[in-house]
Design a binder for this molecule. Structure first.
Ligand code: PAF
Length: 326
């Protein structure tokens, strides 16, 4: 009896010791993104991190760097390439400069609705785009979601393309978006996200465009008077890891990161579903004038010259393939 007790105590001590050793040696993973912890990015990142830590028995400790703490999205992508950051969640904004093929999803009015977009990103086209990242020194694991982008500004309620004339709109640093707003007659200014709120406050720009998920989590009602639900572009979010980090993992650890990214992507979509249901009421409650019904046909017609350039750049066949997904 005494011997059994002694053995059990020794085994427990050993296990406790092992747990302690594991906690002490957990490898830190920097996970960075542009928005707050309580955003769709934060939801995705925390779900991703929780899965990785659990599935690897705490071999990793994921440190969250929300709210552009490690820089704008361009810096985050460069950080992955350099191996100074292990994991990020980013929009397609700066990505087009690194993986130009991804720019095709930024073509305005390409996706009919959320179900269409999710089908494309979850299918062979989405996987094909994820595969393109490897050639650019990045490993993309999943597509999450931000939602459809809408236009906000401080000058007037936008109803038609004519209302955009001369409006100083901040766009992402993305050639597809720039061309669209230039073609619509606006005066687009590409700008990294960390500068946007200050630029709106100072009146350097009149407006910006982002999904409801961003408008709500960044409390853009503090700096914007009008919002029009243009839904001009569907915005995914890419969950990406650094090759320097990922290639050094065991197969089981790689699987934990891949599965975790899928879980994180789903968490971002769930967050977006919620904000799409409640966001407009919340934004209105903060005094923003929201134009909820807008005729998209005149915007699409005004974009005709841009569509010709998009077809030349990405191939009409690719655009048709995306449009044909049912
Ligand atoms: O507008 C942008 O730059 C992006 O949508 C944001 C807000 C940084 C999220 O990725």
């Amino acid at each position: 009896m005494f011997a059994r007790r002694t053995f059990t105590a020794a085994a427990l001590a050993l296990l406790a010791g092992t747990g302690l050793a594991q906690a002490q040696t957990a490898k830190p993973v920097k996970m960075a993104y542009a928005l707050a912890l309580n955003s769709h990015y934060g939801a995705g990142a925390q779900a991703w991190a929780a899965h990785v830590e659990k599935a690897t028995n705490n071999a990793f400790k994921v440190q969250q760097f929300p709210a552009s703490a490690l820089g704008g999205e361009r810096e985050l992508i460069e950080g992955l390439q350099l191996g100074t950051i292990e994991a990020i969640l980013v929009s397609t904004g700066a990505l087009s400069n690194f993986v130009p093929e991804v720019g095709v999803v930024d073509v305005p009015f390409l996706f009919r609705d959320t179900a269409h977009a999710r089908k494309v990103f979850d299918g062979p086209i989405g996987q094909g785009l994820l595969d393109k990242f490897k050639q650019r020194g990045l490993i993309a694991l999943a597509w999450g979601e931000q939602g459809f982008r809408h236009l906000s500004n401080n000058k007037l309620p936008v109803n038609t393309p004519a209302d955009l004339k001369g409006l100083k709109i901040r766009t992402m640093e993305n050639p597809v978006h720039l061309l669209a707003f230039r073609t619509l007659g606006a005066s687009p200014t590409p700008m990294a996200w960390p500068e946007v709120i200050g630029a709106l406050q100072q009146g350097v720009i009149d407006g910006q465009e982002n999904p409801l998920s961003v408008f709500v989590s960044a409390k853009l009602w503090q700096v914007q008077k009008n919002l029009t639900l243009t839904g001009h572009v569907y915005a995914p979010v890419a969950l990406i890891v650094s090759p320097a980090f990922f290639n050094g993992l065991t197969d089981a650890q790689k699987t934990a990161f891949i599965e975790g990214a899928k879980i994180g992507a789903k968490a971002s979509r769930d967050f977006v579903d919620d904000v799409e249901a409640k966001g407009v009421a919340e934004i209105k409650s903060h005094g923003v004038n929201v134009v909820t019904q807008v005729n998209k046909a005149p915007f699409q017609a005004a974009l005709t010259p841009a569509y010709q350039q998009y077809a030349a750049k990405f191939g009409q066949q690719t655009l048709d393939q995306i449009a044909a997904v049912k």
